[in-house]
Design a protein. Structure first.
Length: 255
């Protein structure tokens, strides 16, 4: 199975072409959790289908060598894509790929950024893209009202618990099959602790259940989903810096 938007990295590193004269880097917050990674990838796929004359490139907000440190992401992405020698999805751009690859797009003044799972572009990303403007935001945190003059697409809804929920609502059924559907459903399932009934009304609601049902009933998703890792396995794989003191995983400042 190939990762969605698998050819985007190679196309981005090759630079602008007549067919793809501009590029949009889709990137999540610096915590780099599964919701950030999957939502960035999902947004790239959704917008690429809407605007095929631009190149939408999902990007992990950390160095390639650090992907293996996120054991929950390694487990879920490893089910959906080939991992390289660094333990990262080979076809997914990372922050250390972005700096050099962005130069030709910056020189052509044809580079913009799309943010997922946060709504203020972080200094490291701003530097890597040479100050390229933010053209789109999809997020579920409180809106800090930044990039209002440049973000033509602005979907900020703190009422949902995961950014991937918003991506599912933006996508059509044909988009949600295969690896992308597994990644999006995985992020939502982890956020709801596998739809634990005791968390109904606190961690998730009927809107979440509808989204999950939409994904699980997608015909092209079913064969992939049957062999996917259990959400509880992925949740347990999240790193814990103090295993003797705190049974909970590393806190995410964006949660």
């Amino acid at each position: 199975m190939r990762l969605p938007a698998a050819s985007a990295l190679a196309s981005f590193l090759a630079g602008p072409t007549v067919q793809l004269p501009r590029a949009v880097v889709c990137i999540g917050n610096d915590a780099g959790d599964i919701d950030s990674l999957a939502s960035a990838l999902g947004l790239a796929v959704v917008l690429q289908q809407r605007q095929p004359d631009a190149l939408y490139v999902p990007c992990a907000p950390f160095a390639r060598r650090d992907f293996r440190l996120r054991q929950d992401a390694s487990l879920l992405f490893g089910h959906c894509a080939s991992l390289d020698d660094a333990g990262a999805p080979a076809e997914l751009m990372h922050l250390d790929d972005l700096g050099g690859g962005a130069a030709s797009w910056r020189d052509a003044d044809s580079l913009t950024v799309a943010l997922t799972d946060h709504n203020v572009c972080l200094p490291g990303v701003t530097e890597a893209v040479g100050g390229a403007p933010v053209a789109a935001i999809v997020d579920h945190h409180n809106d800090e009202a930044k990039h209002v003059d440049t973000a033509a697409l602005r979907e900020v809804d703190p009422a949902v618990g995961s950014c991937c929920s918003l991506i599912v609502e933006m996508a059509d059924a044909a988009t949600l099959g295969g690896a992308l559907g597994v990644l999006l459903l995985g992020a939502i399932a982890i956020d709801t602790r596998g739809f634990d009934p005791t968390l109904l009304g606190t961690k998730y609601n009927g809107r979440y259940l509808t989204l999950a049902l939409t994904l699980t009933l997608t015909p092209t998703l079913t064969p992939t989903l049957m062999s996917s890792p259990n959400p509880h396995q992925v949740q347990r794989a999240r790193p814990n810096p103090h295993p003797n003191l705190d049974p909970n995983p590393i806190p995410n400042p964006y949660e």
